[in-house]
Design a protein around this ligand. Structure first.
Ligand code: GLC
Ligand code: GLC
Length: 812
């Protein structure tokens, strides 16, 4: 069952039934001002930090789940309706929500009036603009009242929902014509205020929630809207809100446009006040002036569309497969950008008040994003590296506003350092900018203790080399990529977090095969960087470590038909045929095959066959099987999840691409493609009612076969799944892979495919690549021509910026 359809020409998903199985959301803004918006107008806005600078309120665990947000009410006689269906839920004659790239438009039609609201955050603007267009499609005059409504959050999203004895007394607003200013705490320590405006004279307004709603009403029937008369309330404490009331008359066929702006401004200490107690509104006025007419809004909207044309122009595919093209060209790249911006902070599954940026998460988010805006990836790499310790260890998370490591969660996750190598390497591959390696970067943000970024990569590698266990395999520490495999934890206290409880790793034998595979891949990557920068000795040293690791994996990490997952605290195997539960895991088999460990001996093929036999399901590859059915203190959080959910037997989508890439290492294009398609949102659109989350973006997990509803997804949007899938499909399936000295084209496809075309902008030049597959092979390149001249390698050279080149690649 579907709730809408893809409009690829406009790069939109069009929702035609407002009652989607879960709110289907979109993100506005990618710079400083951000909003989340659902298909009925729910969601909230914030400036930079979802915890500390929350503009509008959101209620977690609410009933119904997606309440409040941006409310518009259209009142004609006694009929009241909302363009986005909610909050009124009056039956509409037509409803349509178009989620596009950083904008959403909601359309409702009722009794011959069409109301369309376009929401977006213009580039370089600290505001969300909402353009409401009202059209009378009848032959009679229409007399309407329009009410807008938002509810302010008292800035700190966390105390806003806890500290009511204070909150109910602090709220302050100011009203200036059609602009409502929110200035709670501005009188003391805050240098910022928010505002909500409309570009037309109002009949009245409201700024006190209860005066607007009535104490006993919900959003669906505010008192003021019911009577049609605004109460012009001025909030003093309690819950400040902003609502405008406008009278609109429409002649037959007439359209009127109103521009609402929800903005944020900061003032220096000296220019805080216009006059005693009256805030200086200069910045707000400047922004309002930029969007004072619908025409100006349209211009800003066109600029946003052009911005996305450019971003998506870096990699564009014509494969003849509609679903693949739409994911690669539009939605997967879009999700990579959003995940890069938000990390794991704010979604309908993340409160925005919990986590900072993850060290490993942000490094992985880079690999699918770096081609879009490499400069931002560069900044991010330096920020991340600045939180690293001098011994190579890392804070697991850091806070974006301060860029400091997060002490609450601390460090000790032994995979973390290696991701910095992969993140940095993907930046250098994309840009050829080796100068980043020579940047001076502090350790633990201490200006007295610095090294080059290259030094940071060295200590990253050494951190693993210096922390090997009894089998010569990497010690796992608190946990590796799988945060929930807590082998040194032994927690019996329900009030402690598995991630922060004492790490009882003294005397531990807990080793990780996932880190081992990751080490081999990143060690080779590191050696590559060394060779490119004249550090031959260091490259040799790294490769010697890699060789030793490969030997240790072969000797102690091979279980006969697949790679072990780990050794536990006591040295017992995990992910082995000797276990009754958790006999096989995806992560180690992904990384060890990506690393090609034991490829000659047939290990990779065998391991991948075992994955197919034991972990594959109709909804993707599950993380482990059989799932744990009871709590194992020696394994930790993983066994706290009921079978089939999260890290215990769900399809944890993030790691499926590891297997896809592993399949391409041994040339099995059919398998890679089959796995790609299984978890790809565009293919899941038809089962939307079961899948539940948005059909245009990946979710973190899909319930596994042990769950009550296999195939049901959760935690959509902010997941490393986005970047890994883009990386797998673009660099390994389509095979277009940036190298330090060029761009390789080496696809791995189902043999039946005829080929595809890709336009790739790389280091300023444009590569128009046509791949043909006349002999129907899965892998292998027989012939390459560049601008009609034969080439000797499938690694295309770096061309002069600004030039365009035709590349023909014949597989065989
Ligand atoms: C979450 C975390 C990520 C971790 C994964 C598996 O997505 O953000 O860091 O690797 O879960 O546990
Ligand atoms: C929880 C989640 C896991 C995440 C971790 C880190 O354990 O289940 O996915 O990685 O928290 O915050």
């Amino acid at each position: 069952m579907q709730f809408g359809y893809f409009d690829d020409r406009n790069r939109e998903y069009v929702i035609t039934d407002p009652q989607t199985p879960w709110p289907w959301i979109n993100y506005l803004g990618t710079e400083d001002f951000f909003s989340l918006i659902s298909n009925t107008g729910g969601g909230y806005a914030f400036y930079r930090d979802a915890k500390y600078r929350r503009l509008t309120r959101y209620r977690y665990n609410n009933v119904p789940m997606d309440s409040g947000g941006r409310c518009f009410y259209v009142r004609e006689g006694d009929t009241v309706w909302s363009p986005g269906w909610k909050p009124c839920k009056t039956a509409l004659d037509r409803y349509e929500c178009r989620h596009g790239l950083n904008y959403t438009s909601l359309l409702g039609e009722k009794n011959g009036v069409v109301a369309r609201v376009l929401f977006f955050v213009p580039l370089k603007t600290h505001a969300e603009v909402q353009k409401l267009s009202l059209t009378n499609v009848t032959s009679a005059v229409k007399t309407l009242k329009i009410f807008s409504f938002i509810e302010w959050c008292l800035w700190n999203a966390s105390t806003d929902m806890e500290n009511f004895q204070r909150n109910f007394s602090t709220g302050e607003v100011e009203i200036g014509g059609s602009v409502i200013y929110h200035k709670t705490e501005y009188r003391e320590r805050r240098n910022h205020y928010a505002y909500y405006s409309v570009n037309a004279p109002v009949e009245g307004f409201d700024t006190d929630r209860e005066s607007f709603l009535g104490l006993y009403n919900g959003w669906e029937e505010p008192q003021v809207v019911k009577t049609g008369v605004p109460s012009c309330s001025v909030a003093h404490g309690w819950s400040p809100v902003a609502s405008h009331c406008l009278a609109v008359e429409l002649q037959p066929g007439e359209t009127k446009e109103l521009v609402f702006v929800l903005g944020y401004a900061e003032n220096g200490e000296q220019e805080k006040w216009e006059s005693p107690g009256i805030i200086n509104k200069k910045k707000a006025r400047e922004t309002l002036d930029r969007f004072s007419t619908a025409a100006r809004v349209d211009e800003a909207f066109a600029a946003l569309r052009t911005h996305w044309d450019q971003l998506l122009g870096v990699f564009s595919l014509r494969s003849g497969n509609e679903k693949l093209d739409r994911m690669v060209n539009i939605w997967n790249q879009y999700q990579c950008m959003i995940t890069f911006c938000f990390s794991r902070s704010a979604s309908f599954f993340e409160s925005g008040i919990g986590r900072g940026m993850g060290f490993r998460d942000s490094n992985q988010d880079l690999i699918g994003f770096v081609h879009q805006i490499p400069e931002r990836a560069r900044e991010r790499i330096i920020d991340i590296a600045s939180t690293q310790f001098a011994d190579g260890g890392c804070y697991h998370q850091y806070q974006p506003l301060t860029r400091r490591g997060n002490n609450d969660i601390g460090g000790g996750f032994n995979d973390d350092p290696l991701w910095l190598i992969l993140g940095t390497a993907s930046y250098v591959r994309e840009t050829g900018d080796f100068s980043i390696l020579e940047e001076t970067v502090p350790f633990d943000n201490n200006p007295d203790q610095t090294g080059s970024l290259f030094d940071h990569l060295s200590v990253s590698l050494d951190h693993v080399v210096n922390n090997l266990g009894p089998h010569g395999l990497p010690l796992i520490g608190r946990a590796d990529w799988n945060d929930c495999l807590n082998l040194n934890c032994f927690s019996h206290d329900p009030d402690e977090s598995f991630q922060t409880t004492e790490n009882k790793s003294e005397g531990t034998q807990a080793e990780s095969l996932m880190i081992a595979g990751l080490f081999v891949v990143s060690g080779r990557e590191y050696a590559g960087l060394c060779l490119e920068t004249g550090r031959e000795k260091e490259a040799e040293r790294a490769l010697a470590g890699v060789d030793r690791m490969v030997e240790s994996v072969k000797r102690h990490g091979w279980d006969g038909a697949w790679f072990l997952r780990a050794y536990d605290y006591s040295g017992n195997k995990i992910g082995s045929r000797e276990n009754t539960e958790g006999r096989i895991f995806i992560e180690s088999n992904g990384w060890c095959t990506m690393a090609g460990i034991g490829k000659e001996e047939g290990y990779c093929e065998k391991a991948l066959d075992s994955v197919a036999e034991q972990l594959d399901s109709p909804y993707g590859i599950m993380l482990n099987q059989p799932a744990y059915t009871r709590y194992y203190p020696e394994y930790g959080e993983i066994s706290s999840y009921p079978p089939g959910y999260k890290e215990n037997g769900a399809v944890f989508c993030h790691n499926n691409p590891w297997i896809m890439i592993g399949e391409t290492v041994i040339g099995r294009g059919e398998k890679a493609w089959e796995y790609y398609r299984k978890i790809c949102p565009a293919w899941l659109e038809e089962i939307s009612a079961l899948h539940k989350t948005e059909p245009y973006v990946y979710a973190q997990m899909i319930a596994g076969t042990d769950a009550a509803r296999p195939g049901e997804a959760k935690n959509s949007w902010l997941t490393g799944t986005a970047s890994w899938n883009f990386y797998a499909v673009s660099q390994y399936i389509l095979g277009i892979r940036p190298e330090y000295r060029g761009l390789t084209v080496d696809p791995c496809l189902p043999a039946a495919w005829e080929g595809f075309e890709v336009t790739r902008r790389f280091r300023g030049a444009t590569y128009c690549i046509r791949v043909t597959n006349p002999n129907h092979v899965s892998k292998g390149v027989a012939r390459v021509t560049i601008d009609e001249k034969p080439a000797t390698s499938c690694c295309l050279p770096v061309f002069e910026p600004g030039t365009t080149h035709r590349v023909e690649v014949e597989m065989g």
